[in-house]
Design a protein around this ligand. Sequence first.
Ligand SMILES: [Zn+2]
Length: 72
Amino acid sequence: MVSKELLEILRCPNCVREKEGLLTLHKDSWLICQDCGRKYPIVDDIPVMLIEEGDKWLSTAQESLPVPPPAK
Ligand SMILES: [Zn+2]
């Protein structure tokens, strides 16, 4: 599990400069940006907050995201 405290301070790296970039936790495995729809996997309890990683899943529907996310 990722701690609540960590989740509260995490923001989408693509959006945080211009907007809030708030993230929604999906099945304890993904963080989904409410502004741009990028999806960041949580691998081994560590959120992978890389824009290029979020880009990969941009067009994947929330219901289609693999759980758990693929390991690197
Ligand atoms: Zn975003």
